[in-house]
Write a protein that binds this ligand. Structure first.
Ligand code: HSE
Length: 307
């Protein structure tokens, strides 16, 4: 058995409009790379971190913390070294911390001959999310580990439901280069909602899940509505409403905030539509004068993979 593996860790869109903290999807065309080695020395060491300015101390690094959680639950006598090659910008809203924490625990599990289930790995990776955002949410780490769309039906006990992705569904994501910290964008949310808001929101969650299961693109589009979080968080994202209305005019099924922002995602049927949506989104930020990155991606149904 090999003592080292190299992996691709996908970026992810969390929340997906109506599914705050419960829905997520893995992307195919953007993600980090990591090399993880099993070593005899105990503990976890981050030996390389290229591409982003992030802490390398094990306890301050999301991959380190997630890895320690796995190590504490395993009977492995030694430890692991981790090299992280970041392609996903930290704080972009497409699951940068989740890519690192899931990559660490997925690779460690492979090198130990898979003692843990995917749900176990979600729990370990959630410790990385706790470090990054103050809350151990699972809507980025679950799709990174399972691939495709996932629903966190319950946090206690943890219950992750994989959801199929229609074959022609593409995501377009634009990352305006402004900083929005997940901890800040969580702190502005209200902790109480009205029954009327709840009724609209869970109708859309059910509709979105049904649309994904039946490849009903119109139903997916009708359900990509968020009555609770988006109205508050969109205040932090300049140009959000123009990006959204122009994306829909360009053919997007729906559009919303990716994770805690500032990235904005749209879903479209087919790659041509997704490219047109990307063009419409770029125009908005060109006019406002904010630099951006754009990603057009099919859904990654496999999740983390060896490369
Ligand atoms: N569900 C989390 C949030 C995702 O919106 O705070 C963070 O990427």
């Amino acid at each position: 058995m090999t003592d080292q593996i190299k992996i691709f860790c996908p970026a992810t869109i969390a929340n997906i409009s109506c599914g705050f903290d419960v829905l997520g999807v893995a992307l195919d065309s953007v993600g980090d790379e990591m090399v993880v080695r099993k070593v005899s020395e105990k503990g976890i060491r981050i030996t390389k971190l290229i591409g982003q300015d992030l802490p390398m101390e094990t306890e301050k690094n999301v991959a380190g913390v997630a890895g320690l959680a796995l190590l504490a639950a395993s009977d492995h006598d030694g430890g692991f070294e981790i090299e992280i090659y970041k392609k996903i910008k930290a704080g972009s809203g497409i699951g940068s911390s989740a890519a690192s924490s899931t990559g660490a625990v997925w690779a460690m599990n492979e090198l130990l001959d898979r003692p843990f289930s995917k749900v176990d790995l979600v729990k370990f990776a959630m410790e990385g999310e706790r470090l990054a955002s103050g809350v151990a949410h699972a809507d980025n780490v679950a799709p990174a580990l399972f691939g495709g769309f996932t629903l966190v039906r319950s946090y206690d006990p943890l219950d992750v439901i994989p959801i199929p992705s229609p074959s022609e569904l593409y995501a377009t994501v634009i990352h305006p280069q402004i900083e929005v910290k997940t901890s800040d964008s969580r702190s502005i949310l209200r902790t109480k909602i009205t029954l009327a808001q709840g009724i609209k929101q869970w109708g859309n969650v059910g509709g979105l899940v049904a649309g994904l299961f039946t490849s009903d693109y119109d139903l997916i589009g009708r359900s990509l509505v968020d009555h609770i979080v988006e109205p508050i968080r969109s205040i932090l994202i300049p140009g959000f409403h123009d990006v959204k209305s122009d994306a829909i005019k360009a053919g997007a099924l729906g559009c919303g905030i990716s994770g805690s922002g500032p990235s904005i995602f749209a879903f479209g049927k087919g790659v041509d539509t997704a490219q047109k949506v990307a063009q419409s989104m770029k125009e908005v930020y060109k006019n406002i004068g904010i630099a951006y990155d754009v990603h057009v991606s099919k859904v990654n149904i496999e999740g983390i993979r060896r490369i």
